[in-house]
Ligand binder design. Structure first.
Ligand code: OAD
Length: 229
């Protein structure tokens, strides 16, 4: 850490667990909403088939998030911005808690739950965090809006992954924090970093498919470990 000029970070649901945000695959189970697996209700197909049901699930999650604040792990990462010459933060989380903690230029590869977008003209709307259910419901062009998040079966926002991959390929240290490292292409980033010679550190209370490739696996909670670093 003392010798590193350039740091890359990938975070997942686990970094927000201590803020009270449920993870997707934690605790040996899989999140279920009204009998549907999270990857069914959060899918491109559901937007086409039943957009109101998709909104019900996302408004429920927005309601849960109203009670959630950034935790010491988000704050530690925000402080690292001034510690290293270059720091690239890529998150799979849509909760906005990194920005809430003060991180700038966060690459949100899966979008942001506080934003919606027109299904026809793609106009975006920033929603008020306090406003649940979502508003507006319809775009100025008359078409319905959908959450501006990446759903299963959809591509990542243009350029987002590429920026992360560039940082992963050129950093001295790469952290993978609170992610099961199962969802591609984000899960590629630690692999790229490792292949390019970075020191790869994992922070997770559990083993992941990435653990065996890591130079250091810090087994514990992000909110407890990151402030110590
Ligand atoms: P997962 O729920 O798959 O994994 C969460 C990880 O966090 C697990 O490996 C846990 O062991 C770990 N964890 C739990 N508590 C932790 C803590 N206090 N500190 C550190 N780690 C902790 O979540 P993701 O890997 O983020 O995509 O899932 C990736 C993507 O799958 C999500 O972005 C989402 C989901 O489908 C979309 O919504 C498109």
């Amino acid at each position: 850490m003392d010798r590193a000029n350039s740091v890359g970070i990938l975070t997942g649901a686990g970094i927000s667990a201590e803020s009270g945000v449920p993870t997707f695959r934690g605790g040996g189970g899989t999140a279920i909403w009204k009998g549907m697996r999270f990857d069914q209700i959060s899918s491109a197909e559901m937007v086409r088939r039943d957009l109101p049901a998709v909104w019900e699930w996302f408004d429920y999650r927005r309601g849960v998030l109203q009670e959630c604040e950034p935790n010491p792990a988000h704050r530690a990462i925000a402080n690292w911005q001034d510690r290293f010459e270059s720091l690239t933060l890529v998150t799979q989380n849509i909760d906005g808690l990194h920005r809430g903690a003060g991180s700038r230029d966060v690459i949100e590869v899966h979008g942001n739950i506080h934003r919606s977008r027109c299904v026809s003209c793609s106009k975006m709307f920033q929603m008020d965090r306090a406003c649940v259910p979502h508003d507006p419901d319809t775009c100025v062009c008359g078409s319905p809006v959908r959450p501006d998040v990446v759903l299963f079966g959809e591509m990542l926002p243009e350029g987002a992954y590429e920026k992360g991959a560039e940082a992963a390929a050129s950093c001295d240290v790469f952290f993978t924090i609170g992610t099961s490292a199962l969802v591609y292409p984000a899960a590629m980033l630690p692999e790229i970093a490792k292949r390019s010679g970075a020191f790869l550190v994992e922070v997770n209370p559990e083993e992941t498919p990435l653990t065996s490739s890591c130079d250091l696996s810090l087994r514990g909670k992000a909110g407890e470990l990151l402030p110590l670093l």
